[in-house]
Design a protein around this ligand. Structure first.
Ligand code: C3B
Length: 808
């Protein structure tokens, strides 16, 4: 049934002329202007609304179909979403990309200029946030009833600029012009409590008397599926002071700042995204953000449950809540509190419901990234939740003692509370105890979780542990990012079904040996380099795009660059394979070691650029402010993908998948999903180097000395000495010293193997046909890394949900 007809609305047209009419009408009624006097911003907002209207219609039908089905829902809780720009995607998904452009031209508007105003909401840091967006995209595409919950940060991830080569952060006020993609839903606002104390009434019931009240105002953005009518939503919460937070009497007394103190305090909760990635910040405001997200979202989930259900025992049958890392883990004690304190369920029944409802994805192995909160701070902010965690812990530790009698040390390790050196709440332990499934994000990661980081838990509950290898949206990361390659693929495969069925890329294998296909493949890659603004399209484009972290080892790439520089300087007459090395990525503002690496890269780039003997062969570029938009431009232009983390440190990686899918060859360690990429694309089409996890672990345990490698390897010594001697504008001594004296991530141990592998890259590059063949095979064999496959794995192994088709 067409709901619009039921409501007496005219259907929106599918022709360019009708789209043009709707543009004009939206311009008039929603922006209050005409095409003659419209600004580009007016035109952009109008275009966005006109596209959005087409999706809104599908959204209404989706909501109706979901309501009728009363299905089991997936609720994805994540502190971060990196959705990327919305316009191009929404035009594609609504099938309006062609007609919208025709209509704009008809109206004398420049489509590129208008579309250029679309803004990327940077509500995340890196891989974890982008994964959340890719999973939402795949869930909608697979017709899975799902809602993403998150925080609507006023300021997203900072804008990165460089000053004298150093990273300088600028605030990202991403929605200061408004956000046409967002639907406010003030009716669904929630009340959130903080601080205060607990009391027990005459019946022994506990209640929490809060000390601060904050409002959570939701709005949502549409999450359309591709090639289906399903449109899910991502609901984002924004903090507001409660009505009483404005102090009128103070205002009247002229105390203007004090009058709004409380409101400002409340609104700070959703003011800014914490710009840390994989390191724990441990600040009270962050804990507040986490509870704010959890409290608002759970009340909303319960509100939705009650639309169709009454019986609490039905709750886990209708609800699965996926925790994206430990950030939303407070949902576990919060649901206990709601069920026991507010709904009056007994503890055991509530605990059964809670455990069946939640699942937890862990995204790291770095011990410093496992969140813990100091008990005194936790107690001040969330006194009732701490009591609940203590009770959960009592029951849980009894279970451990029964399973492992006398094993005091195990009990100490598994406790939800760390006792030494200070008392802290261990969120990962809570997340494992309070859920029915725990998963890592690549095969190696899941194995290491079960054998190291979460070993005690895997021994107690082996069946709880799963692997779900990450995936990426083929819509965003090839179809939209790389339109020319997508057309070539569709031509080669005789259709575009591969976009929603990525295994079909295997059909390209046959074309890898077709010379004319290869030359067109090469031409696309070169055109993408030109689009990105890289000078020489014949130059090997070598990219390392990701957050700056010592474990990811940008410093290893840098040592290789310096080595190439020295080789060219020493033998200037020779023919070298021309390379353009492209770095992009941000460092957390307080992560000084990572910022030193950024500064050194920019210094090395400048020195090379100024050296006419070297610059014809070697170029280092570092465009600032890496984000989804910039990534989508770089990835299609890449020949070589740098995935060079120390083995055992990168949980999965997803950039590695995006690059392979776009025909870049990987140089990488046996880490994270690199291993699975190599298995799929074939060892011949992947440049492997470095220690594997057991070897790296053994080396560290046996007293690693970086200096031995420095002493032994003259090229390495030369590279490090040049840094230590200040040859690069005097920058980078901290980097050199830390490598020589400490080298936490075994950079020097892997240097020789890495440089040798890079020599193989150069050799392979010289055989153009073979290289192109390998490039095509990388794409052909990357189908496994579709987020659609990832979501199917979650749906079958963890969520046990079924699709709901949205009728016409
Ligand atoms: C990242 C990991 O570092 C990546 O290996 C992984 O591919 C992605 O998550 C997605 O699973 N990660 C992150 O971006 N932020 C964290 N706090 C922890 C992990």
């Amino acid at each position: 049934m067409d709901v619009r007809n039921g409501m007496g609305l005219r259907p929106l047209g599918t022709s360019a002329a009708e789209f043009e009419q709707d543009l004009l009408s939206n311009l008039y009624y929603r922006r209050g202007t005409t095409v003659e006097s419209a600004s580009t911003q007016d035109a952009y907002e109008t275009l966005a609304l006109t596209v959005r209207d087409r999706l809104a219609e599908r959204r209404v039908r989706t909501a109706a179909a979901h309501y009728a089905a009363n299905p089991r829902w997936v609720y994805y809780l994540s502190a971060e979403y990196l959705l990327g720009k919305q316009l191009e995607q929404n035009m594609l998904y609504s099938g309006t990309d062609r007609i919208a452009r025709i209509a704009m031209k008809q109206l004398g508007l420049d489509p590129d200029e208008v579309e250029g105003l679309d803004v990327e909401p940077g509500l995340g840091n890196g891989g974890l946030g982008r994964l959340a967006a890719c999973l939402l995209d795949a869930m909608a595409t697979l017709d899975i009833p799902a809602v993403g919950y998150g925080i609507r940060y006023d300021l997203g991830i900072f804008k990165q600029t460089f000053k004298n080569g150093a990273q300088v952060e600028k605030p990202d006020d991403w929605s200061y012009q408004g956000n046409p993609w967002e639907f406010p839903a003030p009716d669904d606002r929630q009340t959130v409590f903080f601080y205060g104390h607990t009391e027990r009434d005459a019946n022994g019931k506990t209640c929490w008397i809060p000390g601060e009240v904050v409002l959570g105002e939701p709005s949502h953005m549409l999450v359309p599926g591709h090639g289906t009518d399903t449109v899910n939503i991502v609901r984002l919460w924004r903090a507001r002071g409660s009505e009483s937070s404005f102090d009128l009497s103070r205002f009247s007394a002229g105390q203007y700042a004090e009058a709004v103190d409380e409101a400002v305090h409340a609104e700070n909760i959703s003011k800014v995204l914490y710009p840390d990635d994989s390191t724990e910040s441990g600040r009270e405001l962050r804990l507040k953000q986490q509870y704010f997200l959890v409290s608002c979202s759970l009340r909303d989930i319960i509100r939705r449950f009650r639309l169709r259900n009454t019986d609490w025992s039905e709750f886990p049958k209708k609800t699965v809540i996926q925790l994206n890392d430990t950030h939303p883990t407070l949902a576990i004690p919060e649901l206990m509190r709601l069920l026991v304190d507010e709904e009056g369920l007994n503890w055991d029944l509530a605990w059964t419901i809670v455990r069946q409802t939640f699942a937890y994805t862990c995204h790291t192995l770095l011990p410093e990234a496992l969140e813990t909160w100091s008990v005194p701070m936790f107690e001040r902010l969330l006194p009732r939740h701490l009591e609940i965690i203590y009770t959960i812990n009592e029951h849980f530790l009894a279970e451990v003692r029964e399973a492992f009698p006398g094993d005091v040390d195990r009990v100490r390790r598994m406790s939800l509370i760390q006792e030494e050196p200070d008392r802290r709440v261990r969120m990962a332990n809570l997340a494992v105890v309070g859920t029915q499934a725990v998963n890592g994000v690549a095969e190696l990661h899941s194995e290491l979780l079960a054998s190291t980081t979460l070993r005690d838990f895997a021994e107690l509950w082996p069946a709880k542990f799963h692997n779900v290898t990450n995936g990426i949206s083929p819509r965003r990361f090839i179809k939209i990012a790389n339109p020319t390659l997508s057309s070539l693929i569709s031509e080669g495969l005789g259709g575009d079904e591969w976009i929603n069925d990525l295994d079909r890329l295997a059909g390209l294998e046959a074309l890898a040996d077709d010379e004319s296909f290869r030359s067109r493949w090469r031409a696309v890659k070169q055109a993408n380099k030109v689009r990105l603004g890289l000078g020489d399209p014949e130059s090997l484009t070598d990219v390392m795009i990701k957050r700056f972290h010592e474990y990811k080892r940008q410093q290893l790439k840098l040592l290789h660059i310096i080595t190439m520089y020295h080789r060219i300087k020493a033998n200037p007459g020779q023919a070298y394979v021309p390379r353009t090395v492209l770095f992009a990525g941000k460092a957390a503002p307080a992560y000084h070691a990572a910022k030193h690496v950024i500064r050194l890269i920019n210094a090395v780039a400048a020195v090379i650029d100024a050296d006419p003997a070297v610059s014809p062969y070697l170029k280092v570029v570092f465009p600032p402010n890496y984000n989804v938009t910039l990534g989508s431009l770089i990835i299609p232009a890449a020949d070589l993908s740098e995935q060079i983390s120390m083995a055992g440190k990168e949980a999965s990686g997803t950039g590695n998948m995006k690059l392979a899918l776009n025909g870049a060859l990987t140089i990488g360690t046996l880490d994270g999903a690199n291993i699975e990429i190599r298995d799929k694309v074939g060892a011949d089409n992947f440049f492997l180097f470095g220690l594997d996890t057991p070897a790296a672990t053994a080396l560290k345990n046996n007293g690693y000395r970086a200096r031995d490698h420095y002493d032994r390897d003259p090229e390495l010594r030369h590279a490090l000495d040049s840094i230590l001697d200040g040859k690069f504008l005097g920058i980078g001594r901290e980097v050199g010293e830390s490598l020589l004296n400490w080298d936490e991530y075994l950079t020097l141990a892997d240097y020789r193997s890495y440089v040798d592998a890079q020599d193989q890259v150069d050799a392979a590059w010289q055989d153009t046909d073979q290289w192109t063949r390998k490039s095509i095979l990388n794409t052909a064999r990357s189908g496994f890394f579709s987020a659609d496959r990832t979501v199917r794995d979650y749906a079958a192994g963890i969520w046990h949900v079924n699709p709901v088709k949205v009728g016409r």
